[in-house]
Design a binder for this molecule. Structure first.
Ligand code: FAD
Length: 334
C-alpha cells in the first residue's frame, strides 16, 4: 500500500523537517515512568537519527530526569501541568502538536497502548497527516510493517507525509531500562488548551503480580475453567508458583471469570513472554493474534484437536481440573 498526501506542514517549519528526528512519547502514571512506553524509544533508535523523549503531567521533572537515563535518548522534553496527568487526548493532542512543530520532528512514536491509541489519531488529524497503527517493523524512514486481519497478513506501508505519526507494538520493540543514558532535560511549550472533557474517576484492577503486557511468564485461562470460582481457585496459585502474570481469553472475560484488563488477543493485550502457559483455551485466531509471538507456548486442553495445539511448543491433552493443580504442586515442590 503506497499512500500519498499533501505536505501538512507550514513553510515556517519546513526547513526543520529535513533532518531525521524522532519524538518518543513516554507515558507516566502518578509521576512514575511507564517502562513499557520505552518501546517508542527503541523504535526511534531502530529508525536512526536523534531521539527525544516527551513527558507531561504533574511533578514531571523527576520523571523527565529518570527518562534521561534511558539509553538512546538525546534529550527529554517535559511539560509540567497536572492537566496532562490522565493523558486526555483533548488537551494532550494540542500539547503534542505544539511540541512537534517547535522541535521539527520527522517521526513521532508512541506505544500502541490505550493512551497511544487514544492520542495519536487526533495528533495526526491536527497535523493533517495520517497515522500508522501498531507497527512491528521499520524498513526505512518512510516504510513500516504492520499486521492486519488479526495478524494473518502483514502490510508494508509507505507514507509520503512529512511527519510520520506512528504507534508501535511493544512486543516488537523490546524496551530497555532507564540506565546508561545521559540525555539533556528541557522544558517544552504548553499551549494550555482548555479541555472540554473532565476526568471523573477510574477503577483499576490492582495486582501484585507482574504486569501482563511485559511479564516474562504468563498463565492464561479460558472458557474451559467453567466459572469465576474455578478460575480464581486454579489460576492464581499456578501464576504464583511460576512468578507469572495472569491472562485470559475473551470468552473467559466475557463470562465474568476474569477482569477485562487481563484479556489477551486481538481486542485485548499483545504479549510475547518467554513462557505462555494456557489452560482451557481453544486457540481462536483472535486469541492467537495476541500471544503467538511468545517464545514458548504450552497448553492444557482436553480436546487434542483444539487449534491451540498447532501453535503450542508443548501440549498436554487432559482435564485442566486435574492437570493444573498437579502442575502447581510440582512447581511449588521445585
Ligand atoms: P472456547 O473456544 O470455548 O474454548 C474452550 C476450550 O477449553 C476448548 O478448547 C475446550 O476443549 C477446553 N476445555 C473445556 N473444558 C476443559 C477441561 N476440563 N480441561 C481442559 N480443557 C477444557 N478472543 C480472545 O481470546 N481475545 C481477543 O482479543 C478476542 N478478540 C476478538 C475479536 C473479534 C472481532 C471476535 C469476533 C472475536 C474475538 N475473540 C477474542 C473471541 C474468539 O473468537 C474466541 O471466541 C475466544 O478466544 C474463545 O475463548 P476460549 O478459547 O476461552 O473458549
Amino acid at each position: 500500500l503506497r499512500t500519498s498526501g499533501p505536505p501538512a506542514i507550514t513553510s515556517q517549519y519546513a526547513t526543520a523537517y529535513r533532518l531525521l528526528s524522532t519524538l518518543a512519547v513516554l507515558e507516566q502514571r502518578e509521576s512514575k515512568l511507564n517502562m513499557s512506553s520505552l518501546a517508542a524509544v527503541t523504535a526511534g533508535m531502530k529508525l536512526g537519527g536523534s531521539v527525544t523523549g516527551f513527558v507531561a503531567g504533574s511533578n514531571i521533572k523527576a520523571v523527565a530526569e529518570e527518562a534521561a537515563k534511558v539509553e538512546g535518548l538525546e534529550k527529554v522534553i517535559y511539560v509540567e501541568n497536572g492537566a496532562y496527568d490522565k493523558g486526555l487526548p483533548e488537551n494532550y493532542a494540542p500539547l503534542l502538536v505544539e511540541n512537534i512543530k517547535k522541535g521539527g520532528f520527522t517521526h513521532v512514536f508512541a506505544g500502541h497502548s490505550a493512551f497511544g491509541k487514544n492520542l495519536m489519531p487526533r495528533v495526526a488529524a491536527m497535523l493533517d497527516t495520517q497515522q500508522i497503527s501498531d507497527i512491528t517493523g521499520i524498513e526505512s524512514e518512510d516504510t513500516f510493517v504492520r499486521p492486519i486481519y488479526a495478524g494473518n497478513a502483514i502490510l508494508t506501508v509507505q507514507i509520503a507525509d512529512p511527519i510520520k505519526i506512528i504507534t508501535v507494538r511493544g512486543t516488537a520493540f523490546a524496551s530497555g531500562e532507564a540506565q546508561g543514558g545521559s540525555a539533556s532535560v528541557e522544558e517544552g511549550v504548553d499551549p494550555k488548551v482548555e479541555c472540554p472533557t473532565e476526568w471523573v474517576s477510574e477503577d483499576l484492577a490492582k495486582s501484585d503480580r507482574p504486569d501482563l503486557a511485559t511479564a516474562s511468564k504468563v498463565v492464561s485461562g479460558g472458557r474451559g475453567l467453567k466459572s469465576k470460582e474455578e478460575f480464581d481457585r486454579l489460576m492464581p496459585p499456578l501464576a504464583d508458583a511460576l512468578g507469572a502474570a495472569i491472562g485470559a481469553s475473551r470468552a473467559a472475560v466475557d463470562s465474568g471469570f476474569a477482569d477485562n484488563s487481563l484479556q489477551v488477543g486481538q481486542t485485548g493485550k499483545n504479549v510475547a513472554p518467554q513462557l505462555y502457559l494456557c489452560a482451557g483455551i481453544s486457540g481462536a485466531i483472535q486469541h492467537l493474534a495476541g500471544m503467538k509471538d511468545s517464545k514458548v507456548i504450552a497448553c492444557i486442553n482436553k480436546d487434542g484437536d483444539a487449534p491451540i495445539f498447532q501453535v503450542a511448543d508443548v501440549g498436554l491433552v487432559g482435564d485442566l481440573f486435574e492437570r493444573v493443580p498437579e502442575l502447581t504442586e510440582k512447581l511449588k515442590a521445585q
